[in-house]
Ligand binder design. Sequence first.
Ligand code: HEM
Length: 125
Amino acid sequence: MNKNLETREDIELLVNSFYDKVQEDELIGYIFTDVAQVNWDHHLPKMYDFWETILFGRKGFKGNPMEVHFKLNKVHALEQKHFDRWKSIFFEIVDEHFSGEMALLAKQKASSIADLMLLKITRPF
Ligand code: HEM
């Protein structure tokens, strides 16, 4: 039985492991490393804040994820297959480290945000 997802440290572990795996992925890794040339020192803390806000309701995240991905899509088309892979890596990493209600919630939230993002990107009206 894995541990519950309950602290900032847990989120840091989740986010770090997730993006380690994302960067190595042959289908979506290059979008982060080559296309967007993500500055990880900047992006990772932002993602800790994002997930703390989503899961624990703590104020802290400032950003506009829909806008960021909308712009990214103009540089490199983001398609269903990319979001499917994003979700499957996220699910895998959550399940590798955590169990319990928060782990389930993290997967549900990730999934619904990903689906909404793809919908907005493909039908921007
Ligand atoms: C294939 C799918 C995706 C790709 C390729 C992608 C890629 C990116 C990239 C390149 C950035 C900008 C990083 C930077 O330079 O600072 C970013 C930011 C971000 N992404 Fe994604 N992303 C994807 C899906 C998602 C999903 C499903 C979520 C949420 C569940 C998400 C949440 C975020 C957030 C919160 C930010 C920060 C936004 C901000 O700065 O306001 N991404 N993403």
